[in-house]
Design a protein around this ligand. Sequence first.
Ligand code: AHR
Length: 510
Amino acid sequence: MTRADHLTAIIDLDLPGPRISRHVYGHFAEHLGRCIYGGFWVGEDSDVPNVRGIRSDVVDALRALQIPNLRWPGGCFADDYHWRDGIGPRDQRPRMVNSHWGDVVEDNSFGTHEFMDLCELLGAEPYVSGNVGSGTVREMSEWVEYLTRADDSPMAALRRGNGRDEPWRVPFWGIGNEAWGCGGNLRAEQFASLARQYATYVRDHGDNTVYRIAAGADSDDLHWTEALMRSFDQAGLGQSPAAPFQALSLHYYTMTGSWSAKGSATQFTTDEWYLALARAAHMETLLQRHSTVMDRYDPQRNVGLVVDEWGTWWDVEPGTNPGFLYQQNTLRDALVASTHLDAFHRHADRVVMTNIAQTVNVLQAMLLTDPDSGALVLTPTYHVYEMSTGHHDADALAVHLKDVPAVETASKELPLVSASASTRGDTALVSISHLDAAESRTLVVDLRGREVTAHTARVLTADRVDAHNTPDALDRVAPRPHDDAVRPHPRGLEVTLPPASFVTLSLTLA
Ligand code: AHR
């Protein structure tokens, strides 16, 4: 490990950069394990307090995060999903097999109306993922019409017959999902053509304008991004009416092992702590490389990059269904999240939206629900999102880090501090992730360009790097005031960073 005496973060408070869209803080809910059923949806007859079948405690917890959008119904499930199975009286809806996730029977009791109700309760904008793999162009076109059309068109009339008079607003639409894999095993050029075709029929009805997102690359697959970018006619990029779609997606998951043995969520060595964080830091490289390819075709950055699946993917908790992807969430997951968010902030001019996978009970969840007691657990990752709401729709500020120590991992060298900042009006928020598993450190925050008249600080940390919350210990990892650890410094502020911590500094500016 290399060491330095004057770890410093320089921030020019008067030089705001691109806007960090609040949609960078988006979420994802798939029909997978206990995400929808038992997570969001308990049904109207449940003993668990609910509004029209949707868990009230889950809604309240997510409202505190101001979640901007929710992606649904998949994931891989989306390319098996036929929306007409999920409308009309619940007891008459056809059943299907959820082949990807546990091979369980899906009764379609949570469908289009329930999802739109959920979004309204959350105050979140819907991001519907359309079926390209096993669906038809007509099916997708009619779903958009059903959701968003106001007059007496056939689909609007069908919606009214199912109890919803007014059309909904659906601003985001996915054209397929992982088309290189579970979404059809297509080749890049083949999908690029199909995406153009499907997107043509995802129409804007009335004043509902759809932002169409074509299923993008897996991790390092630059060829996929290149093929989609090549499929644009030069006259019709991004927001142009001639553009077939407005954005491409990207998926990348963090694990310490391989797809066959991903690593335990809670039992890991110090080396695996650093390895996970180094693998998470690969997101920065991916954003740089995919953006470089996109820049060749779109130097004005009109086409958005939507990282609509990311986060940790560990081996499932022992004793749980391997197809349900239920995993615990420790302080390590919190820092994986915070360092990803730093990367997204740095690329705010290209990254218009992201969706961490997945909101409740699946992969790197915000919330875990106990199937026996019904208890709701807020995960460490939840707290990172709550501590970061000040970045929503704020202007990114560059953070220049100096003399950052680093550690060698089996993946790459990992700098032990990551940071990002933003400003909105007379406030600024600085996020600092300290990745050292054992030692505390002092950081000088060199604040330039505007006077800071007040500051408050919070910290998320714990006495163990594998600390996590459970129904019996709900607040083992929870944010605490950190004001005592912040001191004036001739160049701004000096803050003590405990080992394995996420610190936020909220500044009031003159
Ligand atoms: O998020 C779980 C799965 O991961 C999604 O269904 C799929 O798109 C990806 O492979």
